[in-house]
Write a protein that binds this ligand. Structure first.
Ligand code: CP
Length: 317
């Protein structure tokens, strides 16, 4: 079963977790957990292969963890700041995808519109991996699910509460969590709800994976009995000019000791980072005993090693 799932992932794109079956997502997570422990041996799995990283937005974790992942798999990576390629001077995404496919074995792209990543994937002959768009952040959520899996030993049946902006993290947690059988509760202010089309996909994911989805306004209701509590910045990249406006709306959604008193006593706290301590989360929570954010950041590396191994060499594992 594992062998055929791995073989079936070879050559695929990672644009959105909705595109994968629950068993395929679990395969990624279980392989990532194994790679973190040192098995199977993959240090020359991608020898001779090169991926390109085309980034139109800043990054610390995604860029560096993909570059190190390729090194640890025996391959190479090339970083291209989007503005410094001909894309920045108007060369089309279609032409760029066709050209890059003649040099590269995979492309990781971080950009604004989900449609642009989908357009690149349409024209590229090699796997395209979404390294964050305004709509979704699937690689981060693979790492988040790995972090919960290694701490709790399972995912199905756990309650995950996301509190804050209905952004790309909320979207990918809704879909990814529901696919692996979690009960995902998202609480946002009314004007910052998740995209209804994504919520519909999350309900579909819950039907596939045996999970459940709730979209709420009340943060206390979302966090009640949660095994995992997650938040993100109140103003994501591209929304910085709304910082002051949002600072007036989001304080009831801050993750702090009062709010997390309603979670399970052994709850985990996750944040994809970078964090604004004192805004979306208090320092005593992110730097306290429930926080697993440093493991979560490390797990970007292991999850993406598994993803690259499967998409670029699935059947060889
Ligand atoms: N969490 C995350 O994607 O981090 P970077 O923006 O640093 O890549």
């Amino acid at each position: 079963m594992t062998k055929s799932i791995r073989a079936g992932l070879r050559g695929r794109d990672m644009l959105c977790l909705a595109d994968f079956r629950p068993a395929e997502i679990m395969e990624m997570i279980v392989l990532a957990a194994g790679l973190k422990e040192g098995h199977p041996k993959v240090d020359s799995l991608l020898a001779g292969k090169t991926i390109g990283l085309v980034f139109h937005k800043a990054s610390t974790r995604t860029r560096i963890s993909f570059e190190v992942a390729m090194l640890q798999l025996g391959g190479h990576s090339l970083f291209m700041s989007g503005g410094e390629t001909q894309l920045g001077r108007g060369e089309s995404i279609a032409d760029t995808g066709r050209v890059l496919s003649r040099y590269l074995d995979g492309i990781v792209v971080r950009t604004f519109a989900q449609a642009d990543v989908e357009e690149l994937a349409r024209w590229a002959d090699v796997p395209v991996i979404n390294g964050l768009t305004d709509l979704t952040h699937p690689c981060q959520v693979l790492a988040d699910l790995l972090t919960v899996y290694e701490r709790k030993g399972r995912l199905a049946g756990l309650k995950l509460a996301y509190v804050g902006d209905g952004n790309n993290m909320a979207h990918s947690l809704l879909i990814g969590g529901a696919k692996v059988g979690m009960r995902v509760a998202v609480a946002t202010p009314d004007a910052y709800r998740p995209d209804p089309a994504v919520v519909e996909k999350a309900f579909q994911a819950a039907r596939e994976g045996g999970g459940a989805v709730e979209v709420l306004e009340d943060p206390a209701a979302a966090v009640r009995d949660a095994d995992v509590v997650v938040t993100d910045v109140w103003a994501s990249m591209g929304c910085e000019e709304e910082q002051d406006l949002r600072a007036g709306v989001f304080p009831p959604y801050q993750i702090n000791r009062r709010l997390t008193a309603g979670a399970r006593p052994d709850f985990l706290f996750l944040h994809c980072l970078p964090v604004h301590r004192g805004e979306e989360v208090t320092a005593d929570i992110i730097d306290g005993p429930h926080s697993v954010v440093w493991d979560e950041a490390e797990n970007r590396l292991h999850a993406q090693k598994a993803l690259l191994a499967l998409l670029l060499a699935g059947g060889e594992l």
